[in-house]
Every structure is written in C-alpha cells, then in structure tokens.
Design a protein around this ligand. Sequence first.
Ligand code: GDP
Length: 714
Amino acid sequence: MKRVTIALAGNPNSGKTSIFNELTGATQYVGNWPGVTVEKKEGALKKNKGVTIQDLPGIYSLSPYSPEEVVARNYLIQEKPDAILNVVDATNIERNLYLTTQLVDIGVPVVVALNMMDLMKKEGQQLNLEKLSYGLGVPVVGTSALKGKGIQEAAHEAISEAGREHEFHGLTYDKRLEAALSQIGEIIATKTEAKQLRWYSIKLFERDEKIQAEFLVTEEEQNAIEEIIFITEKIFGDDSESIIVNERYNFITQLIKLARIDTEVPRNKRSDWIDKVVTNRWLALPIFAFVMWLVYYVSIQTIGTMGTDWMNDVFFGEFVPQHISTLLVDLQVANWLQSLILDGIIAGVGAVMGFLPQLVVLFLCLAFLEDCGYMSRIAFVMDRLFRKFGLSGKSFIPMLVATGCGVPGIMASRTIENEKDRRMTVMVTTFMPCSAKLPIIALIAGAFFPKSSWVAPSAYFVGITAIILSGILLKKTKLFAGDPAPFIMELPTYHWPKIKGMLIQTWDRSKAFVKKAGTIIFVSSILIWFTSNFNFQLASVSEDKSMLAAFGNLFAFIFRPLGWGNWRATVGTITGLVAKENVVNTFGILYGGMSEVSENGKEVWPMLRSSFTPIAGYSFLLFNLLCAPCFAAIGAMHRELLTWKWTAIAVGYQCSLAYVVSFVVFQLGDWLVEKSPFGFGQALACAVILAIVIALVKKPKREKTERFAYLEAE
Ligand code: GDP
C-alpha cells in the first residue's frame, strides 16, 4: 500500500502538539528542518503505520517572513503531502481561519480539525459545522484534544481525502479580484500544475519575491502581471498584499456570520478572573516571582537536588566507578586505559549527568506551567520589561533554566519564534551562573572573602547586568539591528494540564540533554584527560608537566592584565570548558597535589591566598562566570545557532566581554583597594568604561524591517 503523508498545520497554541501526540503516541521522530533552527517532528499514525503524520511549525500565515512560515510553505508546496489536517482553535476562530484560507489555495486536500470544542461549549458558543464546511469547501471535524475526542475521526477523514482527486480551487473573493487572479493564471498556466495555479496566481499578485524568483517569469510576462496588479490596486485603492488580506478577512467574517448559532455569550469567567489577578499591573511580577521561586525551590533546592546528590555521590561517585574499576581490573585492562575510562570519561560525563534529576524535575514544572496556560502570561508580562533591552518576554525562561544548567537553558530558547531574539537569547543566556559555577564561587569566596556574604549574590548580579548591557549594546550592532518583532500571542484559557503531554515533553527535553552530554562531554573529557596526563613525548607524566601545563604556560600571559596570569589558573580555566566544576578540582591538583578536594576547595585556600590578591581572585571568578560556557553548552549553542560562524561570534563575544569586565575590575580594584599606583592599565580601564557608556547612550540607526511593515499592513 502506498504510504500516506498527512501534514498537521495550525496556529501556535491551537492544540497541534496535543493532537500530534494523540495520533502518534511515542513513535515520534524529532529533528530540525534543513537550514533553519525550527524543530521538525514526524511520527507514524498509532492505528495505521502506513500513515505518516508530519507536524509543521505553528504559524499564523504562509507569508515568507519567518523561518517557520518559510519551512511550512516550502514543505506544503514542494513536498506536496497527501492531505493537510488543519488544526483550528474554535475559541479564536477568526484569526485561525486566516491560515485556513491560505491552505485551501495550495491544491492539497484540506481537512479542518475544529479543536477546543469543549472550551467553546463552555463559553456558551455554538457553530454549525456543516455550514462551516460548506463555506470552506472542505470537511470540518469537531475535536477536543484535551478530552481526546474527534481526533481519530479527523485523521480518518484526512486519510480518505488523501486518496481523492482534488477538484477544489480555493475560495471565491470579490469579482474584481477574481478577474485579476484569473488573468494572471492565464499568463502562467503553462508553468505549473493546474491545482497549484490558484496559489501561484495569488502569490504573484502579492508580488511575493520568493515566488517571482522561483517562477522565472520573463520580463514581458512580469510587465503584464504588473499591469494587472496596478489596475486592480487602483480599483481597490489599496496595495495588492492588503487587498488579499482584506478579502480573506471579509470572507471569514461572512462565513462566521453564516455558521455561528447565536447564543448569549458568557465569557469563560474563571479564566478571566485568574487573568485579572495574574496579569494585574502590580501583582503580576510578585506572583511571577513567587511561582518561579517555587519552581526553583522544588527542582533545584529540594526534590531535584536529592536526586542529583544521589547521582553525584552514590551513582557516579561510588557505584559506577567501583563496578567499572573491578571489571577493568578483572579484564586486566592497561592502567592508562583504566585511568582514561575512570578519571576521564566517567568523571567528565558523570559531572554533567549529575544534573539530570534536577533538570527532569525542572522540565516537568515548566511543562506544567506551559500546558496550563501560565507560561504565555509570563512571556506577556515580562515582555514589557525585556523589550527595553532588546529581548523578548520569552527570553526569561531560558535564563531561568540556565541558572540550573546552561544546556537546557539554551535549548529552551527554541520557543522564541523571532530569529534575532532567539539568537540574542542564546548568546547571553549562559551569563547566568549555572549550578556548576557555584563551586568556583564558593572557592573564591572562601579563599579571599571568608566573612563576606556578597560574593555569591554579586555573581547573579553580574550575570543579569551582563545580559542587560549586552542586550542594549548588541541591538545597536548590525547583527541585531531593526525593530523588535511585535508580540503576538493568544492567551489560552487556563485549564488543568494533560499528564501525558507533560511527560512526553519532559522526556523529549531530557533525552536531548543526555544526548548532548553523552557526545560532546565524552569527546572533550578524553581530550582533556589526554593532554593533562601526557607530555609532548607522549610519556605519562604528572599534571604539572603535561601538555596542558605547557599550554597553560603558553597562554598565561593573556590573563596577566587580569591579575591571574599564571599557568595554573590558565589551566583551571581551560579544564573549566569541559565542565565548570573542574576548575576547583584542577586547582586541587595543581596547587595541592591532591587528587580529591571538597566541593568548595577548602584545602587550597591558603595556597590561593598566597598566589593572588583578593581582587585578582575576584577577577578570576568574573572571567570564569562570563567567558565561554562548557563544551556541552557550546554544542547546544551551535545546535540552536546552526552555523559555526554564529557560534564563533557568540563565543567570541562572551570571551571578550568576560575579558573586558575582569580587566576593568582588576585594574581599578588594584588601584582603589590594593593601593597600587595609577598607571597605564588603570587609564585604559577608565577609557573602556567611557567607551561602554558612550555606546550605551548612543542612539541606534533605525531600520524598519520588512516583517514589521507587513504586520502593520495586516
Ligand atoms: P500547539 O502550540 O498548537 O502545539 O498547542 P498545544 O497542543 O501545546 O496546546 C496549547 C494549549 O491548549 C495546551 O495547554 C493544551 O493543553 C491546550 N489544548 C489543546 N487542545 C485542547 C482542547 O481541545 N481543549 C482544551 N480545553 N484545551 C486544549
């Protein structure tokens, strides 16, 4: 039997994921669409493995302005699925049908799954589905993904449509527009299949540049088309793109008038009431702070930590090393290989995997907040604040997650639709101190500032400040210039989440984390183990005579202006790239010859104190907080940024910022606190501060982006 592919299309928050999960169960394949950082999910239909369900990104229209829209429309036009199952949120039907009016132009059979029927009923509204179906010219099936109703029927309908020869050619608009479209259709009739003619005529009418380029219209044809457009624009007194947008909305208004069964419409009172409280001007932030504190408390402080402690101390601390070591001895494995496996791989991978329990709990909490509808409100509330420094409200979640671990923090940036916002978030998220950086903070605080309690909070303060300043500064560079994408998001009605969806999401995210830690950390652990155990003659030596020490010596001069330019601190910074908690261990080895140190490195405090001034110690801390994160996080950055060029820009920016901050703090601190004379370094530090202040207050050049102009038009 021929395989059937059904594409699942719909607005964000229409219930696509819920329906996809219901249809495919656990047989999901998650990847990326080629060339963009948009997640691609597909799976086989649970009840019929010959049917593939292809989930498309959530989109509001098929215009070519966001990567999501481009991905979806390329797929629909080029791959031509056998049918489209269009998920429509019945409680937001006007906006959702806008996409439907475009999908029916494409020439692929469409079935509408009118979702959230339960909510619509609760709100006291009714729609006549037959009339809706008649008006749209496609089957309409009422569904409720939350209650699991109607979904199989919708899939079934799509499968039976898939076999049918498609005769429907889109909706009919104003006669004058239709005349123009059919004239354009005549010009290009020989260049495309009859069923795609409607779509291409409309796109050429809209002067869609991507389609113009793809279509290779001759100059003569282009002139003829332009004349048709010009005349139509004159008749309507509007530009061609707006004419189409208006016609689509007019059609929808008429259709809803026809299909709506008039009842008194009581709004969903409970949801409105909750919103009045949680998005209230004064209460929103305190409530939000409390919710986030609760999430943090549960995942990082209590339940998650119990699991993480167990993973670190018992599982990777005793159980795995003991058993593997016995096994290796039994197998008479060479000493070097034993050391590689135990000290290199298990220690390295174990250090990162230890976070898994905390993360699983964190992911569960976030899935709960997302599913019940609160997350959209957080993004909405934070947006007001975050826009001020060039980030989106949705950037908050990645940053919050990053205080646990940068890897899932970076992965969480995927929910940000706008590419610039997402890139910026990926670049700045790891400025937040993750839990692996806490031992470094404890080490420096204990060694140099034993009686002060400001060191740890200052780390968070520095992280947040770095994010805000970066946001303001980067927005003024060419890379991020342009108006922010306006915030469009429907606020879904509150409801109790579905356990199954939460579990699937938690599983997906945890799996991605384990994969990352399992590959990148594995390779880099081997590399660091090798360079720290061997010299250039490949003889096994102690760490201070190793290749790594030689590298440390070579590069130490770079850090001299920061106050800690000796080889040991340099090596510590390098090993920190594998996992940040390595910094403390490396200091244990290099300063004390100890193979094991306590978490805050107490044993090496006296030695550190005699090597550095407190201000140099603090500068070391700042550098390690802000510079490139560990390899696993860099790997995650690459996955989200997609190209090595962007990854290099991000890492370069982070390291440069770290360098500048540490330099300024050390030079000025050395002068003010340690009473060193004011010299060249101090003058340079003052100049740097001045330059930053000027850059901060300078007015950026404004460029109007295409996308913004389009949305205004809409
Ligand atoms: P997506 O963004 O289109 O993938 O939408 P999701 O599947 O994530 O759903 C968005 C929100 O709507 C989630 O909180 C779902 O639990 C909820 N939801 C989805 N379908 C229904 C439904 O039929 N009824 C109700 N009441 N809620 C639903």
